[in-house]
Design a protein around this ligand. Sequence first.
Ligand SMILES: Cc1cc2nc3c(=O)[nH]c(=O)nc-3n(C[C@H](O)[C@H](O)[C@H](O)COP(=O)(O)OP(=O)(O)OC[C@H]3O[C@@H](n4cnc5c(N)ncnc54)[C@H](O)[C@@H]3O)c2cc1C
Length: 386
Amino acid sequence: MSRVGMVGVDEYRRRARIWLGQVKPPDLGSSYEERFAGLRRWQRVLYDAGWVGIHWPREVGGGGLSMHHTLAFAEELVRARLPQPVGSIGVEVIGPTILRHGSNEQRNRFLPQLLSGVELWGQGFSEPGAGSDLAGLRTRAIRDGDTLIVTGQKVWTSWATDADFCAVLARTDLNAGRHNGISYLIVDMRAPGVTVRPIRQMTGDPEFNEIFFDDVAVPLENVVGGLGGGWQLAMDTLGHERSGYAIRRRMENESAFIDLVDALRAAGPGAVPDARAAIGELFVSLKKFEAQSRATATRLADGEGPTPIDSLDKLSLTATEQQLYAVASNLLGVERMVVGARPWGARAEDWIKGLLYARSASIYGGSSQIQRSIIAERHLGLPRGR
Ligand SMILES: Cc1cc2nc3c(=O)[nH]c(=O)nc-3n(C[C@H](O)[C@H](O)[C@H](O)COP(=O)(O)OP(=O)(O)OC[C@H]3O[C@@H](n4cnc5c(N)ncnc54)[C@H](O)[C@@H]3O)c2cc1C
């Protein structure tokens, strides 16, 4: 460890294991809403004990340790069969951008509340006409003295119904080029003129939403990185979504894998034909991704900002998550189609929900086609497509 006095990762892991062995597990209820509320309380429990924002600076409520410590704790949560905290958009996606590019006032005002889960965040980037082509966004923020007046629409905004703040990309200079006129705004989701309309996904959960902005007043002090500086910050946030968030999602997949293996063990010999080869292959994929995310943790621990290589993590996450749920669903056999069925003790509906949700991994944070183009063009230097 380079930082003087920093506890080593192995010792930190040992302390985490002891703490997790004693903490009361969260009560997550059964509905989507109960689970979300339970995970939010869980985040507070973890934060109060110092286990959220482990590698963030102490001044903003973090632990002042390294990304390796953060990774170790996330792995210990999996090992203890306990869930990850809920505020992932804030902690893994938006927060790192505010930490790196926000003013001191913005960091002090927003980051401690974001880590504790007292305030949750949304990511207002995509619009009906701007997803892969994000620079085509049309939401406007027109200056009126010390205020920006925001009008427009976002879509697919995850957890916006529960968000207190949203990082919104808006066009502040209508005459500048496509990328130059965009700013990165912190918008209070309770401000007059903000309307959130949930969209039910094919999993049945209303996780993502439309957001409408009708003349919403945003103070100039809520612009991160200066007027017109939003494009670079958006790339920063997307880099975190493809690396840090992918690592966190890997943990959720590891937990699901452990559940699957436990269920198969309990089913006994011969109960699930063909399980061994598929599970073996899946294990190899998960281990490869684990090795890759350790390399990513090292890059992040060394202070490296987002790079085109982050797209590798996103692609690996997508591949392993889709493989995991496809394998589980195949092993469940036709019983997976029966509501309430418990083939070899597994809750079929959870695995089917996972199978459906896994489809989204090749879309959010930039589709797999876009990730492959980023690697080809920006990492390998191939000529850009038209
Ligand atoms: C579960 C989920 C949660 C999400 N959460 C959020 C959120 O919180 N905040 C947010 O801002 N957005 C969110 N999104 C939106 C997501 O970022 C966009 O859906 C994604 O960027 C794709 O944009 P699009 O849907 O407009 O599809 P399009 O951009 O229209 O793409 C359609 C298809 O065309 C392909 N394509 C498009 N352009 C190219 C190209 N140049 N080269 C090759 N192929 C191309 C795409 O790969 C895709 O297959 C979420 C999406 C999902 C599924």
